[in-house]
Design a protein. Structure first.
Length: 130
């Protein structure tokens, strides 16, 4: 058992974001932070106000569960955010891993930094007239 706990000692803690490929490392119930592009928002009528968000980073996807009380506190980020940072607790059910959101931050403004005048793709596109 000590070896397992030692393995858990090396995953990033909030406010540092855990890459989605490493979601299997923290123990059940651990407080973690993930960040990613919003792929899907779902609010099924049968889910009693629960919202499911799928985030993607460069390593994979992450499923986030947003309970009604958390949604009310972070509504704007949940509804409008394109890039989110979510702090919450790991929940596992077999191979399925979820993050139960406690704090949601819209960091979409960082997307503007990804392409700019110094970006080689933007420069080539401009040089080619389109």
């Amino acid at each position: 058992m000590f070896v397992l706990m030692q393995d858990f000692a090396h995953w990033p803690r909030p406010p540092y974001a855990l890459p989605h490929a490493r979601l299997g490392e923290p123990p059940q119930g651990a407080l973690i932070c993930v960040a990613g592009l919003v792929l899907v928002r779902q609010r099924p009528g049968t889910a009693k106000g629960v919202i499911f968000i799928t985030l993607e980073d460069e390593t994979g996807i992450c499923n986030v569960i947003v309970w009604q009380n958390v949604y009310q506190r972070f509504r704007r980020a949940v509804v409008a955010g394109r890039l989110l940072r979510v702090t919450g607790r790991i929940q596992r059910d077999g191979q399925v891993v979820h993050v139960i959101a406690q704090h949601i931050e819209d960091i979409s403004g960082l997307l503007d930094r990804l392409s700019g005048p110094n970006d080689i793709t933007a420069t080539k596109t401009a040089q080619n007239g389109g």
